[in-house]
Ligand binder design. Structure first.
Ligand SMILES: *Cc1c(COP(=O)(O)O)cnc(C)c1O
Length: 465
């Protein structure tokens, strides 16, 4: 399968080329040239498969020409062997036809492990085959960095440099990154905020001449296609567990950069009967305003208690728009220029199509804290703040009580003790056993000024593989 840019300005590329880069050269994001389809019979025949075997079925059409099936199977098996629940993505019932899918049993307790455990293995496999070595550079406000580091700690062809804003990520989040002692892992604490980190990464991708010959930068944020692909699987998984494809299901997804929920959209396109996809946002609600009011105007970022959803513009929304605009790259380029300038207007036809599948809801900190409190009291179940927003959105938006509604639990509550304690929980929520000693572990990171030369020199001087 080949991949095209959402802005239509580049020749189609192979799977390998796409996963080993960042944005397309025209500034767009890569998407498959066509979306593979499964018949209802085929999907039905997957009932009862293990998570890993299901992943093989769902991902094969995208990857088939890049590697033998047996190799993909090994990559998948290795990637999910690090998860600490045998069900990989277990479902928990919280009400009548109301379910939570726990996506936080990976090494860093957030759903990002689903994609990044796999991406690390996939990149290393591909690089080994091509006899190539690369540098991963990424910015994080918390969850992405640790998941990427855990995904790459055993990769022998990758150095990874993760920038986080100095003193502005939580202690748990920082320690999950800085206590990994592998030689190819490099943590940079930048004097600045998350935007400064991200701008540093962007400008470094744009001019990579600071790297030694033959090295290139690879992105591990959700613009990387392989991340989206790995996330499609758990939508099939949940549906098959609850009577699909004979029965439709709905999902509510705590949304930031629109990567996770875009994977749900693809599952739908690939043939999975999905009734509703609910976009759940916090007070940074550009996607909710866009879907409900056609108001895609940027507003200043507000810090919330669900920080992994604190975004101004969702990068993967462009991938959805590309479809809604009949894959017209120049239309998307125009829209994105408008969005960057502060405001974009969707066409009636694009909005109508989007609303056939998507609904949206905004839940602020106060509402979210109430949901954590009530759910703990009623179900003895402790939600993390992102999941709480998802659950509230699920309840507010669901169009039918007969259709199972599944909220994606994107993180373990122990990652976000502030929100949980504000909800009246009496202590820091407990970390799972494998992380219980996190606060005793040795840390390693380098503090650097927000200075491009300093950061780039540091990277060029610390490449180890
Ligand atoms: C990254 C993240 C999100 C947002 O996911 P997107 O794919 O960016 O929409 C939601 N919740 C948690 C806990 C996250 O780490």
């Amino acid at each position: 399968m080949r991949f095209v840019s959402t802005r239509g300005g580049v020749e189609p590329k192979s799977f390998e080329d796409v996963i080993l880069t960042g944005l397309a050269p025209d500034g767009g994001l890569f998407v498959p040239e066509h979306i593979p389809q499964f018949s209802q019979q085929e999907i039905a025949s997957w009932a009862g498969l293990s998570y890993q075997d299901l992943a093989l079925k769902v991902m094969t059409p995208f990857v088939a020409d890049a590697m033998p099936e047996q190799d993909l199977k090994t990559l998948i098996d290795d990637s999910y062997s690090t998860f600490r629940h045998n069900g990989i993505a277990p479902l928990v019932q919280t009400g009548h036809n109301e379910w939570i899918m726990e996506l936080f049993h990976g090494p860093t307790l957030a759903f990002k492990d689903f994609a990044l455990q796999f991406l690390g293995n996939l990149l290393d496999y591909t690089l080994e085959k091509r006899n190539q070595k690369v540098v991963i550079m990424g910015a994080t406000s918390g969850d992405t960095g640790s998941a990427a580091i855990e995904g790459c700690r055993r990769c022998s062809n990758i150095d990874i440099f993760i920038l986080h804003p100095h003193n502005r990520v939580s202690d748990v989040q920082r320690r999950q990154m800085t206590t990994v002692m592998a030689g190819n892992i490099h943590n940079i604490a930048l004097h600045g905020n998350f935007d400064d980190c991200q701008n540093m990464v962007k400008s470094s991708f744009a001019d990579q001449s600071f790297l030694p010959d033959g090295r290139q930068l690879v992105a591990v944020n959700s613009i990387n296609w392989a991340r989206i692909m790995a996330q499609i699987v758990y939508y099939f998984w949940a549906a098959l567990s609850l009577g699909g494809p004979a029965r439709k299901v709905s999902f509510s997804v705590p949304t930031g950069n629109f990567g996770d929920i875009f994977a749900g959209y693809l599952a739908h396109k690939m043939g999975l009967p999905i009734e509703q996809l609910v976009i759940a946002t916090n007070q940074n609600d550009i996607l909710h305003r866009c879907i409900s009011d056609n108001d895609h105007s940027t507003r200043p970022l507000e810090q919330s208690l669900a920080p992994s959803m604190d975004i101004m513009i969702s990068s993967n929304f462009e991938r959805l728009l590309f479809d809604l605009y009949d894959r017209d790259g120049s239309a998307i380029a125009g829209l994105m220029a408008d969005a960057k300038a502060g405001h974009m207007d969707l066409s009636d036809s694009a909005l109508t199509q989007a609303r056939e599948l998507f609904s949206s809801y905004r839940c602020d900190d106060e509402g979210m804290v109430g949901i954590i409190r009530d759910t703990y009291a009623e179900c003895d179940y402790l939600l993390d703040p992102h999941t709480a927003i998802g659950l509230e959105a699920a309840r507010q938006c669901r169009s039918s009580a007969e259709t199972p509604m599944i909220t994606l639990a994107t993180a373990h509550p122990a990652k976000f003790p502030d929100a949980v304690k504000q909800a009246g929980y009496p202590q820091d929520p407990e970390l799972p056993p494998h992380m219980a000693d996190l606060f005793e572990r040795e840390e390693r990171f380098t503090v650097l000024d927000n200075d491009q030369d300093a950061v780039q020199q540091f990277i060029a001087g610390h490449i180890t593989v």
